[in-house]
Design a protein around this ligand. Structure first.
Ligand code: NAP
Ligand code: 8YV
Length: 327
């Protein structure tokens, strides 16, 4: 990378924890300032004057953006950027970038793993073996659920949704989906509402973004529509689900099982969900391999390099595509 004159003056704030590869790559070209969290009250006057970029996987609020008068870019670690007030950033002329594509196949792989674990109870079967119960009690009971004869609906047929759909097709299962807009080049059935999709399938995979547009979209009615053989998988965002309704549906048999990688208030998983035997729970690991997290970290740094060396963002989010670098 060729940096312009004075590029050494560029100060990038890293609030909270960030992947170490991102921090060290950014530090090769810019001054890195670390802060406990993205809280305006923690900013010194010097920080307010110096900071022109943020690299983060934290919540970045409108107040925090407003507290940094020279801020030009927020490079989010993760494709989902619901924790960043991107609308406000766009209004203030601040670019926001995310990390699409580099994690798509990994997240799709994990989703299929979570689906199979949920349906065929593999984590519970392994726990049974390790507890010596195979030897003492005999074979693990047959699973009530199977992937066979299932019909899969995808809520959020974007990059990751499509990668999941390709895998589901390879398992011989029909795929349909719901987005706000139908996707022109897809062979899958489109449903203009989430409820209509849930009524048509027995297995719902949520991989939609979080935020106001999807808040608690997967509610009691949607879950009930899946039916008593229903399986719900969430790798999108926990905010897209009414967790109380999900617990009720799991407890009273409105659906058969759920597999969740994401929760409304991470890392706090509700006790009621922990108590559901028919829920398979993962600690937000869908992209969490060394390989994929390294690629995400690299893309965070590359976005900052591209912005400060030639005024371009590699992967701008929709709300800030109009933002131009200041001359
Ligand atoms: P993407 O390509 O932007 O796809 C998102 C899809 O959701 C789009 O097809 C979009 O279609 C649809 N959508 C957006 N808002 C909607 C709404 N209100 N109602 C219905 N559909 C809506 O994003 P991606 O790369 O596939 O990533 C998707 C999400 O997965 C991320 O935002 C993130 O939350 C989650 N994720 C989770 C993990 C994890 O570790 N668990 C890892 C990566 C990503 P329309 O615009 O037509 O509605
Ligand atoms: C990240 C994710 O691990 O990309 C996303 O949207 O949810 C995960 O891949 C997470 O954002 C890290 O903060």
């Amino acid at each position: 990378m060729r940096m312009p004159e004075g590029a050494g003056e560029v100060t990038i704030l890293v609030p909270g924890k960030l992947h170490p590869h991102a921090v060290s790559r950014i530090g090769e070209h810019f001054k890195v300032v670390e802060l406990e969290r993205a809280d305006p009250a923690l900013l010194t006057e010097e920080m307010k004057q110096d900071i022109v970029g943020i690299a983060s996987s934290e919540t970045i609020s409108a107040d925090f953006i407003d507290a940094l008068p020279r801020l030009q870019i927020i490079a989010n670690f993760g494709v989902g950027y619901d924790a960043v007030d991107a609308v406000h950033a766009g209004k203030k002329g601040v670019m926001v970038t995310n990390t699409p594509d580099v994690l798509t196949e990994e997240v799709a792989d994990t989703t299929i793993g979570l689906l199979i674990n949920t349906v065929r109870e593999l984590p519970k079967a392994e726990a049974y073996l390790r507890a010596g119960r195979w030897r003492s009690e005999g074979a693990y009971p047959y699973t009530r659920a199977t992937l066979r004869a299932r019909s899969v609906g995808i809520f959020g047929m974007g990059r990751i949704g499509r990668a999941i759909a390709r895998r589901v097709e390879a398992f011989g299962l029909p795929v349909s989906y719901h987005n706000r807009r139908e996707v022109a080049d897809l062979p899958y059935a489109y449903f203009p509402s989430l409820l209509a999709l849930a009524e048509a399938v027995d297995t719902l995979i949520c991989v939609a973004p979080g935020g106001a547009g999807t808040a608690k979209a997967v509610n009691a009615q949607v879950l009930r529509a899946l039916g008593p053989n229903g399986v719900f998988i969430n790798v999108g965002r926990g905010s897209s689900v009414d967790e109380e309704a999900l617990v009720a549906a799991l407890r009273d048999g409105a659906i058969l099982a759920a597999g969740l990688d994401v929760f409304a208030d991470e890392p706090n998983v509700p006790e009621a969900l922990l108590g559901c035997e028919n829920a398979c729970l993962l600690p937000h690991v869908a992209s969490a391999s060394v390989h994929t997290r390294q690629a995400m970290a690299e893309l965070v740094a590359e976005n900052l390099f591209a912005w400060f060396s030639r005024g371009e963002a590699l992967t701008p989010v929709a709300e800030t595509v109009h933002v131009r670098a200041k001359a």
